[in-house]
Design a protein around this ligand. Structure first.
Ligand SMILES: [Zn+2]
Ligand SMILES: [Zn+2]
Length: 273
């Protein structure tokens, strides 16, 4: 299965994007140069490092500024909604979005599995990101867990917002609804896990022109690295798994997911030129 894809990659240069990682986290930051070199060696040419709390935004913007092939987002994770003032959030997002390396908003969304923040505060925070998506013409990175109905309801309230359901691990129904609303789906190392048969059906179903790949580093290391800190290099294992599931070449997955990334994160496309 992997032989044909490896053969292809020997002939043509692959360009993959890790559309969601957390390069400022302590598992990665002290070794960032080595981590990024390994990414490059595995054909991961670009990374999008994702903001989860505003106290870390300047650090993340600094990383994106230091490396020309790294872009970043600004936003507040649903876990952290309780620590942020919704009254000033829109202005803060707008301010940070003036930075040329800030190409998206989030990650935002709803997490009713952990419920680390009260649900009404998660919703208020999510709504502001969705409003900002339209106002600032930037896509949102959506994190959703055990909150399908409310997530879709909020997205439907903001028909002019765009974005991606990151680390997609939901049902085929959620996938269909997200796609119908114009959103992209991003797949992570979860698709390599043994118990993810239902999710692999979603991968099979999802149109090639609407999917992205990501690691969510340092979390969710794919097989055969489970339990270790994840790193952007392993985006390749996710892309290989997508190729396996869809029965197509790795090269085709790389071309499509990279094009999709730059289509959605259009501000990154300008920087990459
Ligand atoms: Zn997330
Ligand atoms: Zn994340």
């Amino acid at each position: 299965m992997a032989n044909s894809t490896h053969l292809t990659s020997m002939h043509k240069q692959l360009i993959l994007v890790d559309s969601h990682c957390h390069l400022n986290y302590p598992e990665i930051l002290p070794n960032l140069d080595a981590v990024l070199e390994n990414a490059k060696a595995n054909d991961i040419h670009y990374c999008l490092t994702i903001n989860t709390r505003l106290s870390e935004t300047d650090l993340i913007k600094g990383i994106a500024k230091a490396y020309p092939h790294i872009f970043c987002t600004v936003g507040v994770h649903p876990h952290d909604a309780k620590d942020h003032d919704v009254d000033t959030l829109f202005a803060t997002l707008t301010d940070h979005a003036q930075d040329p390396n800030v190409v998206g908003l989030g990650e935002t969304g709803l997490d009713y599995y952990y419920d680390n923040s009260p649900r009404d505060e998660q919703i208020a925070c999510f709504d502001i990101h969705l409003t900002a998506s339209k106002q600032l013409n930037l896509p949102v990175v959506i994190h959703t867990r055990d909150a399908d109905e409310d997530t879709l309801a909020r997205v439907r309230q903001h028909p002019d917002a765009t974005g991606v359901f990151h680390c997609f691990s939901g049902s085929i129904d959620l996938a269909k609804a997200a796609l119908d609303l114009g959103y992209y789906l991003s797949f992570s190392g979860i698709i390599t896990f043994k118990k993810a048969d239902e999710l692999r059906e979603v991968v099979k179903f999802a149109p090639l022109d609407r999917i992205l790949v990501e690691t969510d580093s340092p979390f969710l290391a794919p097989i055969p690295h489970r339990g270790k800190p994840n790193q952007p290099a392993w985006t390749r294992l996710v892309a290989e798994k997508v190729a396996d599931i869809k029965g197509i070449a790795l090269e085709e997955v790389a071309v499509a997911t990279t094009a999709n990334f730059f289509q959605l994160f259009h501000k990154a496309y300008k920087i990459a030129q």
